[in-house]
Ligand binder design. Structure first.
Ligand code: NAD
Length: 301
């Protein structure tokens, strides 16, 4: 069993750290929010550098590239504090450029580093069923498998450093565009008098079928577990989808890759978030396309 330093114990980091401890690892935790590391059940320490100093492996689960730069490269950054040979795993979803730059800085310090963003959300983190998309040296990916295997079900090596982030933003680009397409089709069918369930039954067996339809249906009824059945409580928030669509747009501009539907999806989610619905599930965008409101707030009892 190993000593693990875990930095960023928010919605995702907390259950991930718990699963590492369940697997027998000793976890030292740090988060800028007082009490978050202790609430996760880790041995709470005072700084990122203290969390990594004696660690065999380090895992970070931070909001964005800004925090990753600060925690890795900033004053008292973890790259200076970790022992040479330490395995460093960044599970945050961040921009590809930062992922690659931090990886180079880690290698220069003699650390093995991978980017390993996840799919599966908070439920996947709690159940230990996440999918990890890994960028970096094959040997570092293999070294990380026992740790990632305690927190998830699938570990897929995507190639060189940063390719985990490439896979993640491409996945969410497809998902964001697909979800809006599914929502537009339901709204059109409703206006033309075709029942939601009928459309679902037909398209689920036709060429328009997609995960957004058959696993995460944006109307209540056809898929009982989808957020549509609980007034679009997340799930995966519209704000998170917007963040990933913006990352995809930035990468597309930098690579000169045309992504006009990704741009339209980002603009549509940005409007939904600006209307105050960023904390609803991303499938709730159907309510905006209908011209209605998501669930009305309930009066206090
Ligand atoms: P979160 O905001 O709940 O957690 C991030 C944690 O990092 C917070 O507790 C915050 O206090 C801490 N933090 C910020 N700056 C820090 C610093 N300098 N030092 C130490 N701690 C710091 O976010 P989350 O929902 O857990 O998501 C984390 C990452 O996972 C994001 O990159 C997100 O895009 C990605 N992700 C989230 C989901 C999801 O469903 N929530 C799904 C897939 C991927």
């Amino acid at each position: 069993m190993a000593n693990v330093g875990f930095i960023g114990l928010g919605h995702m980091g907390k259950p991930m750290a718990r699963n590492l401890m369940k697997a027998g690892h000793r976890v030292a935790g740090f988060d800028i929010v007082a009490g978050a590391a202790a609430a996760a059940g880790t041995r709470a320490v005072e700084s990122a550098s203290e969390a990594v100093r004696k660690a065999d492996a380090v895992i970070t689960m931070l909001p964005s590239g800004t925090e990753v730069r600060q925690v890795y490269l900033g004053e008292g950054g973890l790259l200076l504090a970790a022992r040479p040979g330490t395995l460093v795993i960044d599970c945050s979803t961040i921009d590809v450029t930062t992922a690659r730059q931090v990886n180079i800085a880690a290698a220069a310090r003699g650390l093995q580093m991978i980017d390993a963003p996840v799919s599966g959300g908070v439920k996947g983190a709690e159940d230990g069923t996440l999918t990890f998309m890994v960028g970096g040296e094959e040997s570092a990916c293999e070294a990380a498998r026992p740790f990632l295997g305690s927190m998830g079900r699938n570990v897929i090596h995507a190639g060189a450093a940063g390719n985990g982030q490439v896979a993640k933003i491409c996945n969410n680009l497809m998902l964001g565009v697909a979800m809006i397409g599914v929502c537009e089709a339901f709204v059109l069918a409703e206006k033309l008098g075709l029942a939601d369930q009928k459309l679902f039954d037909i398209v689920a067996k036709s060429s328009g079928q997609s995960w957004a339809l058959t696993s995460y249906c944006p109307v209540p009824g056809p898929v009982p577990t989808s957020p549509a059945n609980r007034a679009y409580q997340p799930g995966f928030t519209a704000a998170m989808m917007l963040k990933d669509l913006i990352l995809a747009q930035q990468a597309a501009h930098a690579a000169r890759a045309p992504a006009p539907l990704g741009a339209a999806a980002a603009a549509t989610y940005s409007l939904f978030a600006a209307m105050g619905h960023g904390d609803l599930d991303f499938s709730g965008i159907i309510t905006m396309l209908r011209g209605g409101r998501p669930a009305e707030p309930q009066p206090a009892p």
